[in-house]
Write a protein that binds this ligand. Structure first.
Ligand code: HEC
Length: 134
């Protein structure tokens, strides 16, 4: 048993030595860079435009970025998040209708809730998120 352990330790040590690529720390850092700098290939990585373009925004993220401006406080009588009384008559219209009004706008509610780069699916998930809070 001891021998096996010793053999393994030697193997690990040997691997450790040979696995380190030749070069200075800077050169190694430079080689590792592409993995950490993927964002730089797109413009303004981390901005909403990129996030929306990749379709990676959840309903909650869209709500927090675009919808909460009005729906958190009830601007222009927007039904507030979690306000069951305000939402009930709207929920009765059916989720599909609510998604349609979200896409088209309704009175003071702007089309797409101002998220012009959001896809229909993303806006649908934002509506679902809001209804989930009731
Ligand atoms: C500029 C303010 C504003 C923003 C931003 C906004 N809303 Fe609204 N929203 C309103 C107002 C006001 C109403 C009430 C409209 C009415 O019934 O006259 C409303 C109503 C709604 C309704 C109910 C529609 C219906 O048929 O009864 C849904 C669903 C909704 N908003 C979803 C969203 C989503 C999702 C977002 C973000 C993507 C969003 N809103 C962003 C103001 C806003």
């Amino acid at each position: 048993m001891k021998r096996i352990l010793l053999a393994m330790t030697t193997a690990v040590l040997a691997l450790g030595i040979y696995a380190i690529p030749p070069g200075t720390n800077d050169e190694i850092a430079e080689r590792l860079k592409p993995a950490g700098s993927v964002c730089r290939t797109g413009e303004g990585c981390g901005s909403s435009a990129v996030a929306v373009a990749t379709g990676s925004m959840s309903g909650e993220e869209i709500y927090k970025q675009f919808c909460f401006v009005c729906h958190a406080t009830g601007v222009s009588d927007a039904p507030r998040l979690g306000d069951t009384d305000a939402w009930q008559p709207r929920v009765d219209k059916g989720v599909e209708t609510l998604v349609t009004t979200t896409l088209n706008g309704l009175n003071a509610m702007p089309p797409k809730g101002t998220c012009m780069s959001c896809s229909d699916d993303e806006l649908g998930s934002a509506v679902t998120y809001m209804l989930d809070q009731l």
